[in-house]
Design a protein around this ligand. Structure first.
Ligand code: G1P
Length: 291
């Protein structure tokens, strides 16, 4: 296998309107909704950094400026915290500081689908492999899910996507794998279908919102062919890579919370609070009242 280009870039689409969380998302980006005390977008950035990602491109839209503010240095806040000797709080802010110039934003002017959003990042991607993280999918993994994909990329080369099995009656909500060879942790993929009708789905192995893709996908997305829901689908662009480049699914280790859904978001709050030593006992105690 020729030497692989290192994986240093990530694209994070954050242009969605968040209509399922109205009115909370009327004046606030849904990616800023906190799970315990971190906004969703920060979990995704932290996960990517744990995988060695150094450059980030957020695909934003109107009403998303709070996300950019969130990753900037807050001088006045830091000074006030320092004056009040709030060292723990300062440490929290400093741990999330971004390298100067490591985050760029691109506007997706018209919501034409996930594939179109990724295409908007083409100058950032240039000719390098890149990760995609959809912040709605919140991951709780011992090893960062993006790191698991980055490791698989080093093993197989080419494109890798995180996958999980879902009950057959829910396959129509996801990108679905047509499996060539199931090797356990790794699955060789021969086709991909976005949100197929249940009776037409090639399997119940679905793509979750974590990808490592080769830059050639941009050329396919550029054709702006509309797929499921009349949108330019990332899944369709990825499907066109198959046959020319390796394409694998990775059964990641960990748990995914669908924070684009109210129940999933609430479950994430509980699950993440239960992982915190400072909160778990109290949370366990109050949960007894509701079961
Ligand atoms: C997107 C992708 C889909 C993928 C899903 C994972 O769908 O288009 O292929 O399975 O994310 O969360 P969305 O949830 O944006 O409709």
């Amino acid at each position: 296998m020729p030497a692989l280009k290192p994986l240093k870039k990530a694209v994070l689409p954050v242009a969605g309107l968040g209509t399922r969380f109205l009115p909370a998302t009327k004046a606030m980006a849904k990616e800023m909704l906190p799970v315990v005390d971190r906004p969703l977008i920060q979990y995704a950035i932290d996960e990517a950094r744990e995988a060695g990602i150094e450059q980030f491109c957020l695909i934003t839209g109107r009403g998303k400026t709070a996300i950019v503010e969130h990753f900037d240095v807050a001088y006045e806040l830091e000074r006030t915290l320092a004056e009040r000797n709030k060292q723990a709080e300062l440490d929290v802010l400093r741990a999330m500081a971004m390298e100067p110039g490591s985050m760029v934003t691109v506007r997706q002017q018209v919501p034409m689908g996930l594939g179109h959003a990724i295409w908007c990042a083409r100058s950032f991607i240039a000719d390098e492999p890149f990760a995609i993280l959809l912040p709605d999918d919140l991951m709780q993994c011992d090893v960062s899910c993006t790191k698991q994909l980055a490791d698989a990329y080093l093993e197989t080369g080419g494109n890798v996507v995180a996958i999980e099995e879902v009950p057959m009656e829910r396959v129509n909500k996801y990108g679905v794998l047509d499996v060539d060879k199931d090797m356990g942790r790794l699955v060789l993929v021969k086709g991909l279908v976005e949100k197929p009708p249940i009776d037409k789905a090639p399997s119940n192995l679905t793509v979750i919102g974590r990808y490592v893709l080769m830059p050639e996908v941009i050329g396919h997305l550029a054709k702006m062919e509309k797929g499921a829901g009349g949108e330019v689908q990332l899944t369709d662009g990825m499907a066109k890579l198959i046959g020319n480049q390796p394409f694998h699914g990775v059964r990641y280790e960990g748990k995914r919370f669908d924070c684009g859904d109210k129940t999933g978001f609430l479950e994430a709050q509980i699950a993440f609070a239960l992982k915190r030593d400072d909160m778990a006992p109290a949370v366990r105690e109050f949960l007894k009242k509701y079961t």
